[in-house]
Design a protein around this ligand. Structure first.
Ligand code: ADE
Length: 418
C-alpha cells in the first residue's frame, strides 16, 4: 500500500480522536451498519479529496463498510490532522496522501497519486480533484461514472465547467442539500471559525468590532456566533437582499472602505477574490486581525499586504505580524487559509454527520443511477435529504408532530377560506 503522511507513529492518537468524533455521528453510523449488510459500493474505487479530519475518517470508514476501496488526499494544504492520516493508513488500510503544511507542489502531487488509481467515483471539496482531471486527456479517466462535491466554492466551479459544456461526468452537489448547508455552513462554520480565531490568538471577542465579509450561510453563522460572544458585528455585503437581511437581523452594514477603518477582527467568507485589499489595509487600526474562512486563500490580498509591509514575522502558531510602512501592525491568521480548519479542527462532528451522510448516500445513488444521468451538476435527491433529517431527529430524540386528517384535508383544499 502506498501513502505519504507525516508520521505513522501518530496513529494511536488519531484512532482515539476518530472514535470520539464517531460517537457524535449517529446518522453515519446508521448508514455504516446498512452499508456493511448490503455492500452497495462493492468494487467501487473512490478517490477522495477532502479535509483529512476525524469526521472525514468516519466517512471513509463508512465507504469501506459499503465495499468501496478508498484513496484520500487533502483538499487544503493546512487542514490535515496528521494523527488522523496516520490512523487511516494503519488501522483502516487507506492510502492517504496528506501532510499538514504541504506546499502547493506536494499538494498537487498528492492529487495525482490519488488519481493514479483510476477511480470510478470522485469525492471533492473545492473541486481541485475534478479540475485536475479536466486538465488531463479524456481517455485517462473515461471510466469515472460520477462525483460528489462538498462545498459552495466547488459547486460554483463545477457549474462553470458544466455551463461551458466541458464537464465530463455527472456531479452531485452535496453542498446544495438542505441538511448540508443549513447546518454545516451556518452552525459549523459559525462555531469553528470563532474557535480558530480564539485558538490562534487567545483574544477576547467581547466588545470588538467584528467585521464579517459575506452574508451567505457561512457568513450568517459567523456573525451569529460573534454576536453571541459580545462583539459588535459589522457585515460587508455586495448582494442587496443579503445586505437587507443582515440589517434586519440587527447588524450594522457597511462597505469595505468604512468597515476597514473601525474593525478589530475581519473574517472573509465570500468565496470571492481580493475582498480585503491594499486600500483597506491602509485604513486599518494598529493591531487589526485578519482571517479567512472561505475555501481558498484568495479572499485576502496577501501580496498587497506584503507590499505595504516593511517586516513580517510569525509571533504565535498561525499568527503572522505584518508591520506596515505606516508603523501599524496587522495580524494575518493561518496564512489566509481556512482559519477554522488550520488553527482549529473544522466543523464539529454533529454537523459533519449530516454533510457526510449526504456524501455516503449520494455515492450509493450515483452507483445505482449513473446510466440515467447527464454530464451535469445535480442536486441531492429530495428523498435522501429528507431521510437524513428524519434520521438525525431520531438520534437526537426529537419527535415530530403529525398532521390530523382534517389538517391534511385543509392543506390540500382551495375551497376552505374565511
Ligand atoms: N469541512 C469543514 N469542517 C470539516 C471537518 N471537520 N471535516 C471535514 N471537512 C470539513
Amino acid at each position: 500500500m502506498n501513502y505519504q503522511i507525516k508520521d505513522i507513529k501518530l496513529a494511536k492518537k488519531g484512532l482515539l480522536r476518530i472514535e470520539w468524533a464517531k460517537k457524535n455521528m449517529p446518522v453515519l453510523v446508521y448508514i455504516m451498519k446498512y452499508f456493511k449488510k448490503e455492500k452497495p459500493l462493492k468494487n467501487l474505487k473512490i478517490a477522495c479529496c477532502l479535509h483529512v479530519t476525524t469526521e472525514t475518517a468516519v466517512l471513509t470508514e463508512t465507504l469501506l463498510c459499503g465495499g468501496a476501496q478508498v484513496y484520500l488526499c487533502a483538499s487544503n494544504p493546512l487542514s490535515t490532522q496528521d494523527d488522523v492520516a496516520a490512523a487511516l493508513v494503519k488501522y483502516f488500510g487507506i492510502s492517504v496522501y496528506a501532510q499538514k503544511g504541504e506546499d502547493t507542489k506536494r499538494y498537487y502531487e498528492h492529487i495525482k497519486a490519488v488519481l493514479s488509481i483510476k477511480p470510478d467515483i470522485t469525492m471533492d471539496d473545492g473541486a481541485d480533484l475534478v479540475s485536475s482531471i479536466h486538465n488531463l486527456p479524456f481517455d485517462k479517466h473515461k471510466n469515472i461514472i460520477g462525483g460528489t462535491e462538498e462545498t459552495t466554492t466547488g459547486v460554483i466551479r463545477l457549474k462553470a465547467l458544466a455551463a461551458a459544456n466541458k464537464l465530463r461526468y455527472p456531479i452531485i452537489a452535496v453542498n446544495e442539500a438542505k441538511t448540508k448547508h443549513f447546518f454545516d455552513n451556518r452552525y459549523g462554520t459559525g462555531q469553528s471559525t470563532i474557535d480558530g480565531i480564539i485558538r490562534a490568538t487567545n483574544k477576547l471577542i467581547a466588545g470588538t468590532n467584528f467585521v464579517v465579509c459575506g452574508y451567505g450561510w457561512c457568513g450568517r453563522g459567523v456573525a451569529m456566533r460573534a454576536k453571541g460572544f459580545g462583539a459588535n458585528v459589522i457585515i460587508v455585503e455586495v448582494d442587496p437582499l443579503k445586505a437587507l437581511e443582515a440589517c434586519m437581523d440587527g447588524y450594522k452594514v457597511l462597505n469595505m472602505k468604512e468597515a476597514s477603518k473601525i474593525g478589530d477582527i475581519f473574517v472573509t467568507v465570500t468565496g470571492n477574490t481580493k475582498v480585503i485589499r491594499k486600500e483597506h489595509f491602509k485604513n486599518m487600526k494598529d493591531g487589526a486581525i485578519v482571517a479567512n474562512a472561505g475555501h481558498f486563500n484568495v479572499e485576502i490580498d496577501i501580496q498587497g499586504l506584503q507590499s505595504l509591509s516593511k517586516q513580517k514575522k510569525i509571533i504565535r502558531d498561525f499568527v503572522e505580524e505584518y508591520t506596515l510602512y505606516n508603523g501599524r501592525k496587522i495580524y494575518l491568521l493561518a496564512e489566509g487559509r481556512l482559519v477554522n480548519l488550520a488553527s482549529a479542527e473544522g466543523h464539529p462532528a454533529e454537523v459533519m454527520d449530516l454533510s457526510f451522510a449526504n456524501q455516503a448516500l449520494s455515492v450509493e445513488y450515483l452507483k445505482n443511477n449513473y446510466q440515467k444521468l447527464k454530464k451535469q451538476v445535480y442536486l441531492v435527491p429530495h428523498d435522501i435529504d429528507n431521510t437524513i433529517a428524519i434520521l438525525k431527529l431520531k438520534t437526537i430524540g426529537i419527535k415530530l408532530e403529525n398532521l390530523t386528517v382534517e389538517q391534511k384535508k385543509y392543506l390540500s383544499s382551495w375551497q376552505l377560506g374565511t
